[in-house]
Write a protein that binds this ligand. Structure first.
Ligand code: HEM
Length: 140
């Protein structure tokens, strides 16, 4: 993985759009988990803890990721650790793709008219690049 991991424009699109929904981040996490458990009900039993707590952790981690996109030296080791934990939860590489689809759809719904093609491209790229790294390191 190179340090040139996303363009400055991509980072700006991800950051600006995330800032836009930050005040309503609770809604994003509600939409995300509802959509996830509807789309792939078989993953529901993997979540053993309090789902409200999980929503807060997920959104909080997303905020940290968005905040460190231009700092791969910090972001990537943290992402590797998170991916390793996910192996223990029973998460497989295929799950990352369905979760990505659900996350992007949830962002689109919460951002509404602000989900422009540029914003969609930037989030798609960010999710793909980051999770490709997570998968490559955790399932090597
Ligand atoms: C970039 C992608 C992802 C991020 C940022 C993320 C974030 C998180 C965070 C922050 C936690 C809590 C960890 C802790 O308690 O310390 C977590 C737990 C978990 N995640 Fe993810 N996750 C991602 C991908 C996935 C995928 C693809 C799945 C597959 C279904 C998944 C399923 C789970 C499960 C089952 C738990 C444990 C929940 C529990 O213990 O109740 N995650 N995730």
């Amino acid at each position: 993985m190179t340090t040139e991991f996303l363009s400055a424009d991509d980072i700006a699109h991800v950051r600006t759009s995330f800032d836009r929904i930050w005040s309503g981040a609770r809604r994003l996490s509600d939409v995300f988990y509802e959509h996830l458990f509807e789309a792939v009900p078989e993953v529901r039993p993997m979540f053993r803890g309090d789902i409200e707590e999980q929503k807060r952790k997920f959104i909080g981690t997303l905020a940290v990721i968005v905040g460190s996109l231009e700092n791969p030296a910090v972001l990537l080791p943290a992402a590797e650790k998170l991916a390793q934990q996910h192996v223990d939860y029973g998460v497989t590489p295929l799950h990352y793709s369905v979760v990505g689809t659900v996350l992007l759809a949830s962002l689109a719904r919460c951002l509404d008219g602000h989900w422009t093609p540029e914003v969609a491209d930037a989030w798609t790229k960010a999710y793909r690049v980051l999770t490709a790294h997570m998968i490559a390191t955790a399932y090597a």
